[in-house]
Design a protein around this ligand. Sequence first.
Ligand SMILES: NC(=O)c1ccc[n+]([C@@H]2O[C@H](COP(=O)([O-])OP(=O)(O)OC[C@H]3O[C@@H](n4cnc5c(N)ncnc54)[C@H](O)[C@@H]3O)[C@@H](O)[C@H]2O)c1
Ligand SMILES: [Zn+2]
Length: 366
Amino acid sequence: MDQIKVKVERRNVGYSVFIGGSILSGLSDYLRKNHANKKIVVITDETVSKLYKENFFNKLDAFNPYVIILPFGEKIKTRETKNKIEDTLMEKKYGRDSLIIAIGGGVIGDLAGFVAATFNRGIPIMHIPTTLLAMIDSSIGGKTGVNTRYGKNLIGSVLQPSAVFADLNFLRTLPDEEFLSGLAEVIKIAITSDKELFSIIENDYEKILAKDEGVLLKIIKRSIELKKEVVEKDETESGLRQTLNFGHTIGHALEAHFNYKIKHGFCVSIGIAAELKISALCGILQADEQRIVSLLDKLKLPTKINKDINADKLIGYMVSDKKTLNEKPHFVLIKDIGTIKSEGKNYSFEVDGGIINKAIEMCKND
Ligand SMILES: NC(=O)c1ccc[n+]([C@@H]2O[C@H](COP(=O)([O-])OP(=O)(O)OC[C@H]3O[C@@H](n4cnc5c(N)ncnc54)[C@H](O)[C@@H]3O)[C@@H](O)[C@H]2O)c1
Ligand SMILES: [Zn+2]
């Protein structure tokens, strides 16, 4: 079992991320050692609960947890679900001595994390991520939140977990679409900050698609280390954390355009291709564009924008995105694989509308 320690200096808090295959056997020991007197609340979704009833949830029986099983999917990440969970917990007399364990993908992690952040002014949360995206992205860094009809993740808080247990065995049941969607985020972080990780994915892409545990452990561990480095330095996205948004300015616009019916990672994959084109048109990216796009293609991740999509309409979505500064879309610009443009603590840059438009047109399918 590997262990990565995340420290958030500004708040003087730290936590461990345990990674490996079958590491959940260590969970009981961890709970006994660290949360002996806590009343445990498990929050999960119906898919994960059905799949892991026998093999995992029963390991927690000894702790007599109160288990909340929610429907699956983004639609439950709302204030209404949060209210319901809070009411149930208060009715059942759960208080400050409770520990929430979120078992699921990013939806469950974000929602349960936000409940923990405000329940009795804050109770601890542990994450047991069950999707690739949740293992390498959403369970690390402490961002929690819910969606509203005005947009995604608009209401939320930052709460660092007390521990994360990333057990690779969960990936065995993950549908291919979900797996690939998470892989797009791994590639994103490799492009912005680690050439070596990129090469590993490039050389071992067939093993990755076959979910070879050795390679998966290597790339998941490295992705977590990279995200850790970013969030340790910048908990609230004032600087370095902006780099995690590479591929997301256009990715989010595509998600909004498709009314959130297309997986986030697929929109990010197209966003990566289009934002590489922007980096190239700005004269910052010299080589490597083709190398990256061809890796995305090999992994069967989409890289083309549908020709029917109007570029100006897409730019309109970028302008209304909550991360947009002064109504001007900003972009993380790539120099080469592993290196981005930076100026002091600034890592994302305003780009001329003509260039954005041209990049979108150049990335359209025939
Ligand atoms: N907090 C952050 O920093 C952060 C970062 C990135 C994304 N997010 C959020 O994460 C969410 C997306 O997370 P996601 O992609 O994990 O989606 P998700 O939680 O909806 O999970 C995807 C689907 O996979 C199913 N599933 C989960 N684990 C499974 C398993 N082991 N086997 C089979 N099926 C399984 C779920 O039931 C669900 O239907 C979004 O709401 C996004 O905003 C948060
Ligand atoms: Zn993302």
